[in-house]
Design a protein. Structure first.
Length: 222
């Protein structure tokens, strides 16, 4: 029988902590939340590997997948959560990242475009009594303005670039974090709303599974 509790501890000690993740709230949450509960039965033995784990068959040729633990932890740290934050997660898939964030902030709105994945996330979050997470469905690139504006937005996958519609759903001072696909190696980026404008910075090299609806437009050059 697989000792998932031991694997969870090993994930944190060998993947998360050595990656300069110093926010103890993130470390505690990743120690507490059973990652294997969010993975389909066929992939449970891979739940704690240092890579993305497949969770669905929609959203492109490779299907949908959850981020590698170290990438997720570093991205969440970049978001600089406060306990009172209301956070929107884009592409929540199976709900794992939303469950981790919910241990840190006041409220999580978890947006998913795939109805089956959303239903699965809702069930699993319910079994874990994650009562401060609301799973909603809709196009990912449009965000979920009905519950905004948000203190932070986390895009759970690689994007060509975040649409302005998402940045507009931030409060003044709000942060958006995402992995931007720039070829073989992407960049984790932070955007911050400053009044009517935004600033941005690249934080670290990263890769993540692509999210549907965020593909970079093809540009033809003569």
């Amino acid at each position: 029988m697989i000792d998932f509790a031991l694997q969870r501890k090993n994930m944190v000690e060998s993947q998360v902590r050595p990656s300069d993740v110093t926010d103890r709230r993130i470390v505690r949450a990743m120690l507490d939340v059973p990652r294997e509960a969010f993975v389909p039965a066929a992939y449970k033995t891979l739940a704690y590997m240092d890579d993305a784990v497949r969770v669905g068959d929609t959203g492109g040729a490779g299907g949908r997948a959850m981020m590698a633990p170290r990438t997720l932890a570093k991205l969440l740290q970049l978001a600089s959560f406060e306990a009172s934050d209301v956070v929107l997660t884009i592409g929540c898939a199976n709900g794992y990242a939303s469950a981790v964030i919910a241990r840190i902030v006041q409220t999580v709105v978890a947006l998913e475009s795939d109805a089956e994945l959303a239903a699965s996330a809702q069930r699993t979050l319910g079994t874990l009594s994650a009562d401060n997470v609301a799973v909603v469905t809709g196009p990912l690139a449009e965000g979920y303005a009905a519950e905004g504006p948000y203190d932070a937005i986390v895009i759970e996958g690689a994007v060509g670039e975040p649409p302005r519609a998402l940045l507009d759903q931030l409060k003044d001072g709000g942060r958006l974090v995402a992995v931007v696909d720039q070829g073989p190696v992407g960049k984790a980026m932070l955007w911050r709303r400053l009044g009517d404008g935004f600033d941005s910075r690249a934080a670290f090299d990263a890769s993540a599974p692509a999210l549907p609806g965020f593909e970079r437009p093809n540009v033809f050059a003569l």
